[in-house]
Design a protein around this ligand. Structure first.
Ligand code: SF4
Ligand code: F3S
Length: 106
């Protein structure tokens, strides 16, 4: 499966949603997650994300390991998002910022 990791937090550009053929993204206040049970591993979303937040699980950098469980857990409670929405007004300022886990809103 594919995993949305920390670079998405507070960026949430949602370009990924537009290309996903199976609507497996789920939306929280400032982060998206992928439902592994629905993802068909097409990889289309990876290059769409301006923040570089999406990884194949086997390529996930070690520092993002906890995002595997977060994608699994939060995709069970957050609603499906199937169309692009406006990014946060300050999304560009959060691109490339490290240590964003503290800002994750659930
Ligand atoms: Fe959707 Fe494909 Fe990305 Fe999985 S890999 S989340 S199916 S776009
Ligand atoms: Fe997040 Fe990138 Fe999608 S910032 S919402 S994973 S396009």
């Amino acid at each position: 499966t594919y995993i949305v990791a920390e670079p998405c937090i507070r960026c949430k550009f949602t370009d990924c949603v537009e290309v996903c053929p199976v609507d497996c993204f789920h939306e929280g206040p400032n982060f998206l997650v992928i439902n592994a049970a629905v993802c068909i591993d097409c990889s289309l979303c990876v290059d769409e994300c301006p923040a570089g937040a999406i990884f194949a699980e086997e390529d996930l950098p070690p520092e993002y390991e906890k995002y595997v469980a977060l994608n699994e857990e939060l995709s069970q409670v957050w609603p499906v998002i199937s169309a692009r929405v406006d990014a946060p007004a300050d999304a560009d300022e959060w691109m490339g910022v490290q240590e964003k886990f503290q800002y994750l809103q659930t």
